[in-house]
Structure formats: structure tokens, C-alpha cells
Ligand binder design. Structure first.
Ligand SMILES: Nc1ncnc2c1ncn2[C@@H]1O[C@H](COP(=O)(O)OP(=O)(O)O)[C@@H](O)[C@H]1O
Ligand SMILES: [Mg+2]
Length: 470
């Protein structure tokens, strides 16, 4: 029991959700039988706390007892002294067998949390949580394992939540209030935060935290969790090493940035890389990386630096490759130019639902640059710059799959030609809601194999056999 207490939020979904606080959105059917049984059992025992830990309950308990108003002025030592009897009572009430040293450690942890981001601290510590979504002061959801769940985390009132919000945004030198109700910020650990308050957020303060993955997925782990087959990983690895320019395409949260990160580790360490992002998320392992990040305009609308400015600038920095976190607009034009002028192997992600869709969007984005180019000229530019599109999709059960690896082979008339090399075939849904399917090659061997082959990078031909499951 002690261990659970200290480790805060525990569990992996199973025993943690009750039917009173069901998984929301997505498919309820996604829970395994074991999970459902555990939920029923919990309910019967009447101890149906949802997945949030004792630490969350302790925060709730303390919220009613302490005067938040004095927190800003109180000394840490003093806070410990104030908390001690309260925590001791709570521990006694709940029969937690803690010795004096453990009690001290708990008090110190809780004090840190109260002085930090309060009730959401236990959620920030829990590595299985990827997103924390505060929907007003008395409702907090989290995403773990691809599913949204409500928690028992509460703030005392709206004022309490606003205090925490202002603590978060103060770290980026901003304030949130009616005159500036939308703010992006970042936590010390790199997690991204978006805040929306009244009057734009009609029902009160909204906070969306996308947590920074402390243990980034590498390609092996992505294979292990079934996002792609080993053969696909091998193919993409030699493509990246062999300077094949590629675009990772997918919907929001489909794992584009994660895959781009994983792929980037196959870039040789001698190269000079420039990364361009709206909010630095990429974690490249190479020793020689220049990281550039856009800057929002000041309150009076000046000094904005957009991705396009950064891509143009990157070209003057002698990069071997340019990595754009996500293309969203006119920078697509400059990025394609870079890819066409000696920066092969550059990579980016794009928000789209299929390789075809990605091409259409790219075309639209190049159009935004306002260059006097015909549609055909734009397509030629795209077709010669990009070699490979990797399409990701988030399945209904929350898993992510590489659903297509498609190669761009050129133009025919005014149409960009693509050929699919490997795909995911969805076969159905298991009784427990898990999506079933298999990865297969189409039988077509990618053209880029010759180029990368001449660099000594090869892959066994058998992976292109369409009759075998990858
Ligand atoms: N293949 C995967 N399997 C499971 N979870 C994943 C996978 N890829 C990403 N995630 C998780 O999904 C969330 C969104 O991933 P991210 O790469 O930022 O998506 P995108 O860039 O497409 O919006 C992150 O919390 C990440 O840890
Ligand atoms: Mg992303």
C-alpha cells in the first residue's frame, strides 16, 4: 500500500476506471474483458475511485483545509508545518501504514506540488498520461493509451485554477486575462500548454497540456507496439540514412512527430541538421543540430517570426538537411526548394488523411507563398522534391498504424504519380475492441533502392513479397 501511495497515479487503465466514471468518447468497447471485469469488481466493492491515485484524493482533501491565498507568501518550512497534522490525519483516516520518515517524504512531496501546479502535479508525473485536459475547475480529463478518461482531479474554484494558469504562463513571460485570453506556454519539462479563458472560453478556463514524452519512441518500440512491421522499419531506416526526402502524413495525434523523431535517429552523425518548429518537440540525437523556433507576434502585433522566415534563413546556414516539424503554410514552397537544391533527405510532417491528400495540401500550401507558378509547375516541384510519403492513422482502439508507405515516381501529364510499397490491411475488430489487421507489401520495389544501394544500404528482397504478411 505504501508503495502505491508514493508512486501516485498507478495502474494501466484496468482497475482504474469504473462504470460510474466511464471512458468517454472513443469506444467503450475498446476495454478488454479483464478491464471490464475489474471495473465491475471495483464497483461492487464500493471503492470505485477512478484511475487517479491517493495523491489526487489527498490534494482534494487538502484543498478544503488550506487557505490558498497565503501560499504565495508562505515559507516552505512553514507550509510543511501547516501540512503535517493535516496529512497525518488523512493518512490515519485511510489506514496508510507510513512510518515517520515516509510521512515526512510525503509531506515534502505534497508541499512541492502545492507550491507547483497543485492538483495536476500527480498527472504530470505519470508517464502513462500523454495529455491533460482541464475543462473548467471541476473537471479534468487525461489521455492514456490513446483513450480519454475523466479523473477525480479538481481545483478548489475558478480562482484557484486561474492562479495555477498564471503560474504556468508566467514562465513564458505572459499573463492571461480578458484582454489576452489565449496563450501558449511550455512547462519546464518541455510539455506544451494551451490556455483559453473567459470570455472566449465560455464555460471558464480551459487548459490543454500535451505532455513531453520522457522516453521517446524509437523505431524498435514502434515495431513492438504494432505501429509498423519490422520490414517497414528497416525500409524506412535505409531510406532516411540514404537521404530519401520524406513526408510523414497523418491526422492530429496520429503519431507523426513521434515517428519523425524515431526516423531521425538514422541520419548519420556527421551531418549538420537544422530543425524548424512552431514549438520545439523534436529530440534529435545527432551532435550537430541547430534548432530554430518561430516567435509569436508581440501584443501590438509586431516582430512575428514565422516558419517561412526560418526555412529561408536555414538555407543560409549550410545545413545538410532541414527538418520542418510540421508544414502548415507558405514555408512549403521554400522547403521544397531546399529539397530540390542539394538538401536531400530533408523531412517534415503534414496534416492529411492519405498520401494523395498530402500532395493536394502541399500544393495548396505552395500556392500560399504567392509565387507566380502554374499549378503544373508546382506539381513538378513537389514530385521532384519528395520521394516518399509515410501515412499514419490512429485506429478506433487508440493504436497508431503506418497504413501506407508510398513512393512518388514522377509526373504523367499534370498528375503526380505515386506507387504504394507497403500497406496496412484492416481485417476487423476483435471481441475486445482491438483492431485486427496485417502489414503487407504490394509487390512493387521502390525506385529509391538503386540510389541507396549505391551507398551500400540494402534490404532483403523478400520483404517485397506480397504473398507474405510482414
Ligand atoms: N505509435 C504510437 N503508439 C502509441 N502512442 C503513440 C504513437 N505515436 C505517438 N503516440 C502518442 O500519441 C501522442 C501524439 O503523438 P504525436 O507524435 O505528437 O502526434 P502528431 O504529431 O501526429 O500530432 C503522444 O502522446 C505520443 O506519445
Ligand atoms: Mg506533431
Amino acid at each position: 500500500m505504501t508503495g502505491r501511495f508514493f508512486h501516485g497515479v498507478t495502474g494501466h487503465g484496468a482497475q482504474n476506471t469504473t462504470q460510474d466514471e466511464p471512458l468517454i468518447l472513443r469506444n467503450e468497447a475498446g476495454a478488454t474483458e479483464a478491464e471490464q471485469a475489474a471495473r465491475k469488481a471495483d464497483k461492487k466493492r464500493g471503492n470505485g475511485p477512478d484511475f487517479v491515485s491517493e495523491r489526487v484524493s489527498l490534494h482534494r482533501y487538502l484543498l478544503d483545509k488550506i487557505n490558498l491565498g497565503v501560499l504565495d507568501t508562505i515559507e516552505e518550512k512553514e507550509l510543511h508545518d501547516e501540512l503535517r497534522p493535516l496529512v497525518r490525519d488523512y493518512v490515519k483516516m485511510n489506514n496508510f501504514p507510513l512510518n515517520a520518515r515516509e510521512l515526512d517524504a510525503l509531506i515534502s512531496d505534497i508541499a512541492d506540488e502545492i507550491l507547483g501546479l497543485g492538483p495536476i502535479e500527480p498527472l504530470l508525473d505519470d508517464e502513462t498520461i500523454s495529455d491533460i485536459l482541464v475543462v473548467g475547475y471541476n473537471k479534468v480529463y487525461v489521455e492514456r493509451f490513446g483513450r480519454l478518461q475523466e479523473t477525480e482531479v479538481r481545483f478548489k474554484d475558478e480562482e484557484h485554477l486561474m492562479r495555477i494558469i498564471n503560474k504556468i504562463v508566467a514562465s513564458v513571460g505572459r499573463r492571461v486575462d480578458e484582454s489576452s485570453p489565449l496563450v501558449d506556454a511550455r512547462l519546464a519539462d518541455g510539455s506544451r500548454v494551451n490556455v483559453a479563458v473567459r470570455p472566449v472560453a465560455v464555460d471558464g478556463p480551459q487548459v490543454s497540456i500535451r505532455k513531453f514524452a520522457k522516453r521517446p519512441f524509437d523505431l524498435n518500440r514502434l515495431v513492438k507496439v504494432g505501429t509498423l512491421a519490422q520490414a517497414m522499419a528497416d525500409l524506412l531506416a535505409i531510406a532516411v540514412e540514404g537521404k530519401v526526402s520524406m513526408v510523414v502524413s497523418g491526422g492530429t495525434g496520429s503519431g507523426k512527430t513521434t515517428l519523425l523523431n524515431a526516423l531521425s535517429s538514422y541520419i548519420p552523425h556527421e551531418e549538420r541538421l537544422v530543425t524548424i518548429e512552431d514549438a520545439a518537440e523534436l529530440q534529435l540525437q545527432q551532435p550537430h543540430v541547430v534548432r530554430l523556433e518561430t516567435r509569436p507576434p508581440t501584443v501590438d502585433g509586431r516582430n512575428e517570426i514565422i516558419q517561412r522566415d526560418l526555412v529561408k534563413n536555414a538555407l543560409r546556414m549550410r545545413p545538410d538537411r532541414i527538418i520542418v516539424g510540421e508544414v502548415r503554410g507558405a514555408e512549403a514552397f521554400d522547403m521544397l526548394q531546399a529539397m530540390n537544391t542539394g538538401h536531400e533527405g530533408s523531412m517534415t510532417t503534414i496534416h492529411s488523411n492519405s498520401p494523395r491528400d498530402a500532395l493536394g495540401r502541399m500544393e495548396q500550401m505552395v500556392g500560399m507563398a504567392g509565387m507566380p507558378m502554374t499549378q503544373n509547375a508546382i506539381r513538378v516541384q513537389i514530385a521532384s522534391a519528395i520521394d516518399l510519403i509515410v501515412q499514419l492513422s490512429r485506429m478506433r482502439d487508440g493504436s497508431r498504424k503506418v497504413v501506407s508507405i508510398a513512393e512518388i515516381t514522377g509526373m504523367e501529364g499534370d498528375v503526380i504519380q505515386t506507387q504504394e510499397i507497403m500497406t496496412y490491411k484492416r481485417l476487423g475488430v476483435d471481441d475486445d475492441g482491438k483492431v485486427r489487421g496485417e502489414f503487407r507489401a504490394t509487390g512493387i520495389r521502390p525506385r529509391f533502392l538503386d540510389a541507396v544501394g549505391s551507398m551500400g544500404l540494402t534490404i532483403d528482397k523478400s520483404v517485397f513479397d506480397p504473398t507474405k504478411v510482414l
